[in-house]
Design a protein around this ligand. Structure first.
Ligand code: 8X3
Length: 248
């Protein structure tokens, strides 16, 4: 058993929820954050005293400050930050996309992520802790309709590598996890359509939140001299397509 504490953003569903369960089962104290308090409450009830919930919106910096200041003493020494909160909105091409949706992705996937990272870095350095950021295959491989979502995930990938450079010599580990297709609420949130979600994942045997949660746990429990810089994962059913050519 361990005596370590992980803070997982976006623990209300999908990868974050599965990670909260996996880390708690491995003996970690888990701080789960998210916007939907009732979901966090249900998870905290299920997991028990090893979990502490913090309900706030990643886009609200004052709320992040208030939440972190409210942590009970036994949850204050954070060893691992898992920046999982994030979303995709829309699949329209850039010239037909919604600017408000673009801003919401940037506010959550980038501005929220850098804010909580900045606030926790001093205690992570003090404890020689670790940061695992959830990027995406969309950081590396562009696809139609991915525009700003892919841009935010490219930021997360490169920010992770930049953190590694800055944290050189501190003992803090930083990893960018870059999953492809994982069946979660991701596509429902992106499209607003359960049919679209079912169609995308149907018959594809996609990865699950639990698959990624076990990967996160593996990365977090490697010997302390080892750092996974980037880790890209896809289901076997997903791969790459060729370039497209428009002919006049
Ligand atoms: C999303 C990855 O492959 O579902 O981050 O578009 S994919």
């Amino acid at each position: 058993m361990t005596d370590r504490t992980v803070l997982i953003t976006g623990a209300t569903a999908g990868i974050g929820e599965a990670a909260a369960r996996a880390f708690a089962a491995a003996g970690w104290r888990v701080i789960g954050t998210g916007r939907r308090a009732e979901r966090l409450e249900a998870l905290a009830t299920e997991i028990g005293p090893k979990m502490h919930m913090l309900a706030f919106d990643m886009r609200d910096e004052a709320a992040i400050d208030g939440a972190l200041a409210s942590l009970p003493p036994e949850f204050q020494a954070i060893d691992l930050l898992i920046n999982n909160a994030g979303l995709a909105l829309g699949t329209a091409p850039a010239h037909k996309a919604d600017l408000a949706q673009w801003r919401q992705m940037i506010d959550t996937n980038i501005n929220g992520l850098i804010a909580i990272t900045h606030k926790l870095l001093p205690r992570l350095v003090e404890r020689k802790g670790a940061i695992i950021n959830l990027s995406s295959v969309a950081a590396t491989y562009p696809y139609a309709g991915g525009n700003v979502y892919g841009g935010t995930k490219a930021f997360v990938q490169q920010f992770s590598l930049g953190l590694r450079s800055d944290l050189h010599g501190t003992g803090v580990r930083v990893t960018s996890i870059e999953p492809g297709m994982v069946e979660t609420e991701f596509t429902f949130v992106r499209t607003g359509s359960q049919d679209a979600s079912d169609t995308l994942y149907g018959g594809a045997d996609p990865m699950t939140g639990e698959d990624i949660a076990q990967t996160l746990l593996w990365v977090a429990t490697l010997p302390p001299h080892l750092n996974i810089n980037r880790l890209e994962l896809m289901p076997v059913s997903q791969s790459f397509a060729g370039f497209q050519v428009a002919r006049g």
